[in-house]
Ligand binder design. Structure first.
Ligand code: ZN
Length: 128
């Protein structure tokens, strides 16, 4: 069973090395991002809860504040701010506080695009 909490943030980025020369993503631009943080487990028989989503929200709000209305390329660890690296960055930031963390989904709904990450590697270099 999974529970989740969603949040949205707005941010700017550019991707100078991820696409061919002249691609629009090389230029500075912005997105509205939606993030879904999913926790997996069994509900505690006494509380009926997998986790207290209010406490989860406190952790998630700190990560949101670090991203919202920012220029992502300037954030340490997000010099290459793709959906994939933002998902990994979020995982590394919040996983220590959320032992039941199962997935981070990051979506650009206006483009119909997203990335869902289950913590299977810790960097894009390690994924190679
Ligand atoms: Zn973009």
């Amino acid at each position: 069973m999974r529970i989740f909490i969603d949040f949205n943030f707005e941010a700017a980025h550019h991707l100078p090395h991820s696409f061919p020369d002249g691609h629009v993503n090389q230029r500075l631009h912005g997105h509205s991002f939606r993030v879904r943080v999913s926790l997996q487990g069994r509900p505690d028989p006494k509380t009926g809860l997998i986790a207290d989503l209010g406490a989860v929200k406190t952790t998630v709000d700190s990560a949101k504040d670090a991203l919202d209305h920012r220029y992502l390329n300037e954030i340490a660890g997000l010099e290459l701010p793709t959906l994939e690296t933002i998902a990994i960055w979020l995982w590394r930031r919040i996983a220590p506080d959320l032992p039941a963390l199962a997935e981070i989904g990051i979506y650009r709904d206006s483009c119909g695009e997203g990335c869902e990450y289950q913590g299977e590697f810790e960097t894009v270099e390690e994924a190679a």
